[in-house]
Design a protein around this ligand. Structure first.
Ligand SMILES: NC(=O)c1ccc[n+]([C@@H]2O[C@H](COP(=O)([O-])OP(=O)(O)OC[C@H]3O[C@@H](n4cnc5c(N)ncnc54)[C@H](O)[C@@H]3O)[C@@H](O)[C@H]2O)c1
Ligand SMILES: O=C(O)C1=N[C@H](C(=O)O)CCC1
Length: 271
């Protein structure tokens, strides 16, 4: 009987799912209680360790998410928006904490998570790394210190498989910049420029997305002013940092009251 924290990983075969399974095995105080994949996936029924090309780890990949979640202490979920909403309902029913790394959720989908946060602790963040969460705070401070003579641009780069843009991290940085300026991001957001766009509007926050190769995740926040530019940068070189952050969040949820939390809460970075 393992009395460490039991973590169920959704999207077990995904880039983050596999990284989480490996990192959980190396982390004290936690164990993999379930590896979940969608119905029809060829990993279902196989040992998760062997499906990943390594040694057996004794956890058979399941498509019975309800049962796997009900017997876990916490769920770590890096999948896709519709899947995350379905897992959220199951976590709420079971009263099991839900750590969400999935990005690309619309405002309406994020609002749909709210009822579940009455029944379980939810930690959701577009980026689980300490470095990015520090960068979010720096961005807010710099934006608050500069006026609209400085144009703010968020530039991000990711691998060619990524399906959403701007990245969840870019949106966190854009939100922080808008908050620093005292405006709503939705009022000043400028993404996807193409063609005769007209001159840049003063006060807008621009987003540009590069997709290519195996780039893990890179983010610049540029403050371009008259005669000078400030650039704040984060470069992720290994997905393990997202997995470590998510496992730290999973541990943090134990004993927490139901509610909606983020990595600032987990890392104790709220000002
Ligand atoms: N917050 C962070 O720190 C962070 C870091 C890395 C990735 N991400 C996000 O995590 C998500 C996954 O990234 P990835 O690179 O691992 O993607 P991936 O495509 O490699 O894996 C996605 C997994 O989700 C599963 N899945 C997809 N749709 C599903 C559905 N409808 N039902 C059940 N399972 C479903 C797939 O089978 C797969 O196993 C993305 O949204 C990505 O942006 C967040
Ligand atoms: O690989 C991805 O996909 C990543 N997604 C997150 C985002 O959208 O910001 C974090 C970085 C990696």
């Amino acid at each position: 009987m393992d009395d460490t924290i039991g973590i169920a990983v959704t999207g077990a075969s995904g880039r983050m799912g596999q990284m989480l399974i490996r990192t959980i095995a190396e982390t004290k105080g936690v164990h993999l209680s379930a590896a979940i994949e969608r119905k029809g996936h060829d990993w279902v029924g196989q040992d998760a360790g062997q499906a990943m090309g390594g040694a057996a780890n004794g956890v058979v990949v399941t498509d019975d998410a309800a049962q796997a979640i009900a017997s876990a202490d916490v769920v770590i979920d890096f999948t896709a928006p519709e899947a995350t909403l379905a897992f959220s309902a199951l976590c709420a029913d079971a009263g099991v904490a839900h750590v969400i790394g999935t990005t690309g959720m619309t405002d309406a989908q994020i609002a749909e998570l709210q009822p579940a946060s009455q029944s379980c602790a939810i930690v959701r963040a577009g980026n689980m790394s300490l470095g990015v969460n520090l960068l979010v705070q720096l961005t807010k401070r710099v934006a608050a210190a500069l006026d609209e003579d400085f144009d703010i641009e968020v530039i991000e780069a990711h691998h060619h498989h990524k399906v959403d843009a701007p990245s969840g991290t870019a949106l966190m940085l854009g939100e922080a910049a808008a908050e620093g300026r005292g405006v709503a991001l939705n009022d000043v957001r400028d993404s996807g420029r193409d063609g005769i766009t007209g001159a840049r509007k003063r006060g807008d926050i621009g987003f540009s997305a590069i997709r290519g190769g195996d780039i893990v995740g890179e983010h610049d926040v540029m403050f371009a002013g008259p005669g000078e530019r400030i650039v704040l940068r984060h470069m992720a070189t290994d997905r393990v940092l997202f997995a470590r952050g998510a496992i730290r969040a999973a541990k943090w949820t134990q004993g927490k009251a139901p509610g909606a939390y983020d990595m600032m809460d987990v890392l104790g970075l709220n000002d």
